[in-house]
Write a protein that binds this ligand. Structure first.
Ligand code: UDP
Length: 606
């Protein structure tokens, strides 16, 4: 049969063979036997057209919609921008659920018909089935051993319920295509905080959750002063005990050193920037931590492939800012913002509460991927003041251009319905900093939140770029290709090696086998520019995260990597630095600290 897009005269998607395989495995529409029944080009058109159609609601005719769909198609097929996976999988298909991130409330009741433990368990299953990830705060659950009036029994506590959610997640595989991912959060002043900090030290337990402790500013002050802090029973709101803040902080750091968990979520700081405080507070984030959300809140994400904007008509010796095609970066950012705003209208949410809030606040999360590629192409090391400055500037640009587009959309489509009282609105009661100043200037926006930096775990793979704002993980590794081991080398690296005349197949293989580039044949400036996650000290990881956070409405997905030999004290310093540099959270990983590491260098990958 001829393709449904045969007469549209669309260019072929710029995808590697490997990218086409990834798409066929995870994204393309399939028949009952699991055989793909669409080509990547058909998938991208399905998504482009479905999302462009939302413009009809604002008066666009069929011709305008087709023209916009073509622009969206080119954006995705030229790998300049990709929406989060659920949009690619579900747009224009019966499920129609397009968002990656949700937070659901968990009340201190088994069932109250809305958001009791078992009501939310059901909602979680529905979100997972549709391909979304869920975050929960278990902070409202009464502590283990507390009184249960109705049965005169004793409560089983937040961790038992988290385990229940974990088991259920295991049963409902997300959307049939990916596993359900969850975030579990507990406030540091919950009486069960120590059990929570320990609950994943057995790395075979609660594997479908990432966990983070919600840390308050009061707690951090107590840590700094070496004081006790209060534990509060959420059922009675009574102080039920005290703990030594440093001892708890030490426990968090010690466990994170050992297994990478728990992370921390600086909850007061996140709430300071909550764009709609009149609707509630943040209690939790999405599974990977980059998106704090209100109860029943949702966010659809998208990422601009920033490595694509290096001009080839400006010589390498020029200043980095002259080598970026800002005009094209602006065009892509604006169009991507329009795309994400349309996703809200095209979306079919799994619960009415979610539909309602999504339409009232219109939250979107535009971020970047390919940042390490950008630095490599500019010849600037990730672990340098200049690298961090580039991070700050490219994020500032994205954030501002996205906001301008949101304002432009608001002129014809209207501001988001909760705008008046939001931090962007003119209302006198809108959120103020402690010194009485407005938190944000008045801006007539279409969206309460525009920027978020996602991990881009899958979309960066088929876009063929580095993920999110992470440094390169490796320059090369050995790939198992149809039974034989082949070196897979970073394309920018190979290109430079050819251009500078030091390429040899033998060298590439040595690099792939040993998992580093510190060989005499590789010039010093190339060794610096291709610094990988392992060469970069934890301080630079956090400095980069903080630079991106400066101009980001939500938060940043980022893992700070430590070498295996790092000490507990090294980890503590990084947690403190992240707090001091205004990050909204921090996640660490010490090399080799968990068995079955997903990626590893100097080894093989299939
Ligand atoms: N996510 C999920 N399950 C997964 C991967 C991701 O639920 O297996 C959700 C989660 O909320 C995460 C968000 O998608 O924070 C974005 O992740 P990522 O950028 O890696 O997704 P991609 O769009 O690349 O698949």
């Amino acid at each position: 049969p001829t393709s449904p897009i045969a007469d549209l005269d669309l260019p072929r998607a710029e995808l590697s063979d490997n990218a086409r395989i990834v798409l066929a495995k995870r994204y393309l529409r399939k028949d009952e036997k699991g055989k793909p029944v669409e080509e990547p080009e058909e998938m991208f058109w399905r998504v482009a057209y479905t999302i462009a159609q939302a413009d009809a609601k604002y008066g666009a005719g069929e011709e305008q919609i087709r023209a916009l769909a073509r622009e969206f198609y080119l954006l995705m097929t030229r790998r300049l921008f990709e929406p989060n996976s659920p949009t690619l999988m579900n747009a224009g298909r019966p499920l129609g659920q397009l968002s990656a991130c949700f937070v659901l409330p968990v009340d201190d009741a088994l069932s109250n018909g809305q958001s009791g433990v078992y009501d939310t368990l059901r909602s979680m299953a529905m979100v997972h089935q549709s391909g979304g990830g869920t975050g929960f705060s278990f902070s409202r659950i009464r502590p283990e051993g507390d009184l249960v009036n109705s049965t005169t029994g004793v409560a089983s506590g937040p961790i038992s319920f988290m385990s229940l959610y974990d088991s259920s997640t295991e049963v409902v595989k997300q959307g049939g295509t990916r596993r359900g991912a969850n975030m579990g959060i507990l406030r540091v002043d919950h009486p069960n905080v120590e059990e929570f900090i320990d609950c994943k030290q057995d790395i075979t337990k609660i594997t479908n959750f990432n966990i983070s402790v919600a840390i308050t500013d009061a707690f951090m002050r107590a840590v700094q002063k070496g004081e006790q802090y209060d534990l509060i029973n959420p059922r009675t709101q009574q102080v039920v005990g005290q703990k030594d803040a440093r001892a708890i902080f030490d426990k968090i750091v010690q466990n994170a050193w050992r297994t990478g968990e728990p992370g921390v979520f600086f909850i007061d700081r996140a709430n300071f920037y909550n764009p709609v405080p009149h609707l509630g507070s943040y209690e939790a984030t999405n599974p990977c931590g980059e998106q704090p959300l209100l109860p029943y809140d949702v966010c659809n994400l998208g990422s601009v492939n920033i490595g694509a904007f290096v001009r080839d008509d400006v010589p390498a010796g020029e200043a980095w800012s002259d080598r970026i095609d800002w005009k094209e970066y602006r065009r892509v950012t604006r169009l991507a913002t329009h795309f994400l705003d349309n996703v809200i209208d095209a979306n079919q949410y799994p619960l009415p509460e979610i539909t309602d809030l999504a339409n009232r606040i219109r939250r979107i999360g535009l971020g970047v991927m390919g940042f390490a590629d950008l630095l490599v192409r500019l010849g600037v090391p990730y672990n340098s003041a200049e690298g961090v400055e580039i991070g700050r500037r490219v994020m500032e640009f994205l954030d501002e251009e996205s906001k301008r587009e949101s304002e432009r959309l608001a002129q014809t489509r209207g501001v988001f319905p909760e705008w008046e009282q939001s931090i962007w609105g003119p209302d006198e009661t809108a959120a103020r900093a402690p010194n009485g100043e407005r938190i944000r200037p008045v801006r007539a926006m279409r969206n309460c939140n525009v920027t978020t930096v996602a991990p881009t775990g899958t979309i960066s793979i088929f876009a063929g770029c580095s993920s999110g704002i992470e440094p390169l993980f490796a320059v090369a590794f050995m790939r198992n290709q149809a039974g034989s081991l082949m070196p897979d080398v970073n394309e920018d690296f190979t290109a430079i090696a050819h251009a500078e005349g030091w390429y040899s197949a033998e060298l590439m293989e040595r690099i792939a086998r040993e998992g580093h580039i510190h060989f005499a044949e590789v010039p010093e400036h190339v060794q610096r520019a291709f610094s990988t996650a392992h060469d970069i000290t934890p301080e630079w990881h956090v400095r980069m995260q903080a630079a991106f956070q400066e101009h980001c409405d939500s938060a940043i997905s980022k893992t700070t990597n430590f070498p295996n030999g790092a000490t507990v004290d090294d980890v503590r310093k990084i947690y403190e630095l992240a707090f001091d540099l205004n990050c909204k959270g921090v996640t660490v990983y010490r090399d080799g600290s968990r068995d079955g590491q997903v990626l590893s260098t100097g080894a093989t990958k299939t």
